[in-house]
Structures are given as structure tokens and as C-alpha cells.
Design a protein around this ligand. Structure first.
Ligand SMILES: O=c1ccn([C@@H]2O[C@H](COP(=O)(O)OP(=O)(O)O[C@H]3O[C@H](CO)[C@H](O)[C@H](O)[C@H]3O)[C@@H](O)[C@H]2O)c(=O)[nH]1
Length: 317
């Protein structure tokens, strides 16, 4: 099977590429290298089953060329920063909604019928039901990022039903691991490298979310994708996360310990009752019963995933 991975040079994308290549797929990556890097896919450059295209999906022509000849698309290209929503809503619209529209149009015109999309837990906003199942509603995202992901999901569903495609959507928890170059663990490590005595924590530190290691994430995506291909379904949605959660303060403690430091924690207090920023969801835990019923379950819990990620980012493993 030949697949296109958009955002394949990025954090989650490059791990997915590794898994696809190891399983013998033919892989084309389309990436503008804005957040991703060639280093992440270095080991595959020059491989007979691998092709890299540098291009920006905001240009419809780039996308049309990239989908030519593929059987399926894994669409991971996106700006992943929830926090930029209040300053740059346009950027989040373009890099989550517009590029998804460009992709769907290109797939329709070139007759590509299968799509897998990485959406986000942020589509649920501040869910009143925890763990939150896929059929929870009404969906009320509280960030532009979450709104843009939900808009992309809706477009995908509409296109899938109208143009006889098959589309699977993954709503991801907070994904962490080697090659991640943003997010709370990355931020804490960099802050402590600059000042080992004091760690600034955005918000009140009680933000409590579910974290999943990228290795578990990629396993889930491929397993659920292959199950979905066997089914007579046009569109389906799966949560992918771990079954527990961890607070930002606990993450700060793990990072400090792994770095051999004992810094003073300084809480900024944040906005709107202790959030790190406008649109920061304070409590997130996804129900993964649906994915488990299909035969996948995470190997690591949130604590183990955070610990492993800290070690990986520090170069210890
Ligand atoms: O320096 C920092 C950075 C973050 N935080 C806190 O840590 C938590 C996690 O923040 P991240 O930036 O790691 O992640 P987000 O939860 O905002 O977003 C992540 O998870 C989402 C899904 O839950 C999206 O998919 C998104 O792309 C992905 O980056 C937040 O509550 C934030 O307030 C801090 O206290 N200090």
C-alpha cells in the first residue's frame, strides 16, 4: 500500500513514518518543515520505498501533486500550539482547516478514497463527562485550536459521505515522547536549563490531563486504521489516550528529579481560574473503551509516559 503522510517530518508524523516503513508500506511525506525537520526522517531518505516532498499545503497545487498515486492519506500536518489561538487565530484556521479542505479537494479530484486524520481531545472543550466518550456532546471547544480541529473533522465527515470516501478520525490526548519540540515537558526542561534554581509553571499547576507516549499512539493509529479498512463504514471516530491523568505540578516534579534538581516552583496563577492560557482545558481524560474493544490498549500510563519522555528528551534513552 502506498500512503501519503502529511506532516510526516514532525513529531508524531515521523514516528508514524518509522512504523509504516518498518511494516513495508510505500511512504511519501509532505511537510513544509515549519515545525518538523529532516533529521526526524533522516534514516529513510534515499530508501526505495520512501519519498520526501517539501511543500506547503496552503497551496492547493502542492497538495494535488502530493496525493497522486497514493492509496491512502494520513493527515497529521497542523500547527499544534493551542496557546497561539488568542494571538493568531488565522494561522490556526489556515494550518488546520484550510489545508484539510485543500487535501479533501485534492483527494476527490485524484480519486484517493481513504483518509486518517489526527484530531484532538480539545474538540470536547470542558467536557462535563469524564472520561469523555466519542459520542459526548454537544461539542463546545474553548480554544480556536479545538474549534479548528472540530471544523476539520466536520469537513472530513461531509466529504467522506458525499464522495464515497472512508475516513477515520483520531482524537488524541496530550502526546509526548522523543522528537517533541513543544509542550509542557519540553518547556520545563528548557526553563530549567536556563535557570536550575527556579521553575515557572503557567497557571496554578492543578491542570490535570491524560498523557500518552508517542509509541503507544502510533500503535493505536495503525491498529485502528487496519481494523477500519476491514469494516463497511464510511466514517468513524476514536479517542486515543491513556486511562489516567497527571497534574502539571507532578510533571514539574518528575522533570526536576530526572534533571537532578530541586528548584523553587513559581506559579504564575494564569488566566480564568488557573489556566496556563486562554483556551487551556484544565481537566482532560478520554474514554478509550471503543479503541480497547478493537484490541488496542496503551502499554504506559501517564506517569510512565512522562518519565520516559523526560529521559528521552534529556538524551538518557
Ligand atoms: O511552560 C509551560 C507549558 C505548559 N504548561 C501547562 O501544561 C499543560 C499542557 O500544555 P501543553 O502545551 O503540553 O499541551 P496542551 O494540553 O495545550 O496541548 C497538547 O494536547 C492537545 C490535546 O490535548 C493538543 O492536541 C495539542 O496539539 C497538544 O500540544 C497546560 O495545562 C499548560 O497550562 C505549563 O504550566 N507551563
Amino acid at each position: 500500500m502506498k500512503v501519503l503522510v502529511t506532516g510526516g517530518a514532525g513529531f508524531i508524523g515521523s514516528h508514524l513514518v518509522d512504523a509504516l516503513m518498518e511494516r513495508g508500506y510505500e511512504v511519501r511525506v509532505l511537510d513544509n518543515l515549519s515545525a518538523g525537520s529532516l533529521e526526524n526522517i533522516e534514516q529513510w531518505l534515499g530508501h526505495a520505498n520512501f519519498e520526501f516532498v517539501k511543500g506547503d499545503m496552503r497551496d492547493p497545487e502542492v497538495v494535488k501533486d502530493a496525493v497522486k498515486g497514493v492509496d491512502a492519506v494520513f493527515h497529521l500536518a497542523a500547527n499544534p500550539e493551542v496557546r497561539i489561538g488568542s494571538q493568531s487565530p488565522e494561522l490556526l484556521y489556515e494550518t488546520n482547516v484550510l489545508i484539510t479542505y485543500n487535501l479533501l479537494e485534492a483527494m476527490r479530484r485524484k480519486g484517493v478514497k481513504v483518509l486518517a486524520f489526527t484530531s484532538s481531545s480539545t474538540v470536547y472543550g470542558e467536557a462535563k463527562k469524564l472520561p469523555t466518550p466519542e459520542d459526548y456532546g454537544p461539542l463546545e471547544p474553548i480554544s480556536v485550536y479545538g474549534g479548528a480541529k472540530l471544523a476539520a473533522e466536520a469537513l472530513i465527515s461531509g466529504y467522506a459521505h458525499t464522495f464515497d470516501m472512508k475516513a477515520i478520525v483520531f482524537r488524541l490526548a496530550n502526546i509526548i515522547g522523543k522528537r517533541s519540540n513543544h509542550g509542557v515537558i519540553y518547556d520545563f526542561i528548557n526553563k530549567l536549563k536556563k535557570n536550575p534554581n527556579r521553575l515557572e509553571i503557567l497557571g496554578d499547576g492543578t491542570q490535570r490531563k491524560s498523557y500518552l507516549h508517542v509509541s503507544d499512539t502510533v500503535e493505536a493509529m495503525l491498529h485502528l486504521f487496519n481494523e477500519f479498512l476491514k469494516e463497511d463504514k464510511t466514517y468513524d471516530v476514536y479517542n486515543i489516550g491513556s486511562e489516567d491523568w497527571i497534574t502539571v505540578k507532578e510533571i514539574a516534579e518528575i522533570v526536576s528529579r530526572e534533571m537532578g534538581l530541586n528548584p523553587e516552583f513559581y506559579f504564575t496563577g494564569g488566566v480564568d481560574g488557573g489556566r496556563g492560557w486562554k483556551g487551556d482545558v484544565k481537566i482532560m481524560l478520554l474514554s478509550i473503551e471503543k479503541a480497547k474493544a478493537k484490541g488496542w490498549k496503551p502499554k504506559m500510563n501517564s506517569y510512565q509516559a512522562v518519565e520516559k519522555t523526560v529521559r528521552e528528551l534529556l538524551g538518557k534513552e
